[in-house]
Design a protein around this ligand. Sequence first.
Ligand SMILES: [Zn+2]
Ligand SMILES: [Zn+2]
Length: 273
Amino acid sequence: MTEAVKRLVAGTEIARELWLLSGNECAWPNCTVRLLNENDDWVGEIAHIRGVAATSARHDPSMTNEERRAYENLLILCPTHHEQVDKPKGRVIHTVSDLERIKERHEDRFRRALTAIAESQDEYIDLTRHSVVRPCKTLARFLPDNDHEERMADAVTVNRFAELLGRVTLASRGLLYVVVEHKGLLGVEEAARRNGCSPHRIFDLVAELDRNRLAWVDPDDDRVRNRIVLTKGFNHPILDGWDFFESLITFASERSDVALKDVIVGLDFTLLD
Ligand SMILES: [Zn+2]
Ligand SMILES: [Zn+2]
């Protein structure tokens, strides 16, 4: 006999681990909503991969109530994406295995950071920001037209640039990612709207990016108000003229299997190999 369905809340330990591996972001690919926002309001929602109630999304009658509230069956999403995966249409589109993959991919980024912190103290680790760079090796996919020698030299440049990215805060890298996603045509106010924060906060983040010569604000752009301009590589101490972001934008648009967020925010440069 199967037990009666009971809605048990996620235990504190499980909630803590979910939070720890969330990186304070909705698990949805490329969603940049902060779970704990600017005003310290908690907006995250613990979502079920397989729903609790018999009529809920992806409900699996063979599971026990304990299994339903187990770590493996939960992920944290923003309200928008939680609704999207649970509504009648969404629950058909977003299958159990889709959601499991989304959870895994998202948590992996932060799990890697935690593992690395635990294991060693090498130069790639930034204890305050939980960012670990995974350096590229061959750039075989990123620069397929270059010969081996050129790619080796470029890999050195890319890895130096990756280390620079690893030194800026997660929030600033998140912003950088959104700007790249918009092909460099995003303004401060629009970025604030998308991020659910104040323009002032965006100006602060850009200031950090500017200090690292990654991006700056152009108040005089005719197309976009207070446009956040990605560095072009000219005069950049590492890029030395190479328009790296432009190359990244092109690369990402040609590759459906590469999420730019995993490179810019997750610092996984092996995706370029
Ligand atoms: Zn739900
Ligand atoms: Zn989301």
